[in-house]
Write a protein that binds this ligand. Structure first.
Ligand SMILES: Cc1cc2nc3c(=O)[nH]c(=O)nc-3n(C[C@H](O)[C@H](O)[C@H](O)COP(=O)(O)O)c2cc1C
Length: 199
């Protein structure tokens, strides 16, 4: 799993997070006085709201790879580069490392079930899934907001994850009116635009 996810801070563990003051809204302000446990760190990182993607690739033995990922990020416009990080414990790590391409499907609110299905290790992710193929041979999903077809450019060691940097070879799908699927504090969410500022 990406470092920044996927469940509320480990509630059963002893906490290094202490309430140090009350804000004006009477909400506790919490500070870390000791090194955080893995669960605590994950819980705090989960306050960074993200979109949700499925990273896919065609494996070398003709198999299809796919994982739900919220570590996706843009890196560079010239050249066009994006990244995601993959847990070294993921079953598909070896296969992702041995293929030269991957695709990123940025998910819409219509794809929540798909996000859940592709977050299950080694699950039967593809049986009932409708998919298409990018020019580079990676699967992608209709109903997505945007789909990037990428060539793996670099990989880096990133602690317990491997960071994949890909060059965007093409955008194979773009639906600017679709609503994004979001992820925040271990839950899927939808966008609620803020009121316009009154002058
Ligand atoms: C919202 C969400 C985001 C996730 N982001 C990542 C991620 O960025 N990197 C990662 O390695 N795992 C991430 N995961 C977990 C993987 O989707 C999950 O471990 C997947 O089953 C790995 O598949 P595999 O073990 O079959 O390769 C995420 C899970 C969820 C629910």
């Amino acid at each position: 799993m990406a470092a920044s996810d996927h469940s509320p801070a480990g509630r059963s563990e002893r906490s290094s997070l202490e309430i140090v003051s009350e804000s004006s809204e009477s909400k506790p302000v919490v500070e870390s006085r000791a090194p955080l446990s893995r669960g605590e760190l994950r819980g705090v990182l989960g306050n960074f709201a993200t979109g949700v993607t499925i990273i896919t690739a065609g494996g070398q033995r003709g198999e299809r790879l796919g994982i739900t990922a919220n570590s996706f990020s843009s890196v560079s416009l010239e050249p066009p580069l994006v990244l995601f990080s993959l847990d070294k414990g993921a079953y598909s790590l070896r296969a992702f490392l041995s293929t030269a391409h991957f695709a990123v499907s940025v998910l819409s609110t219509r794809q929540r079930d798909l996000a859940t299905r592709f977050a299950v290790p080694m699950g039967d992710k593809w049986a009932t899934t409708e998919w298409r193929q990018t020019p580079n041979g990676s699967p992608w999903f209709p109903d997505s907001l945007a789909v990037f077809d990428c060539s793996t450019h670099y990989t880096y060691q990133g602690g317990d994850h491997v960071i994949f940097v890909g060059q965007v070879d093409s955008v194979v799908h773009y639906a600017p009116r679709a609503e994004p699927l979001l992820y925040f504090r271990g839950r899927y969410a939808e966008l609620r635009p803020m009121e316009e500022e009154t002058p």
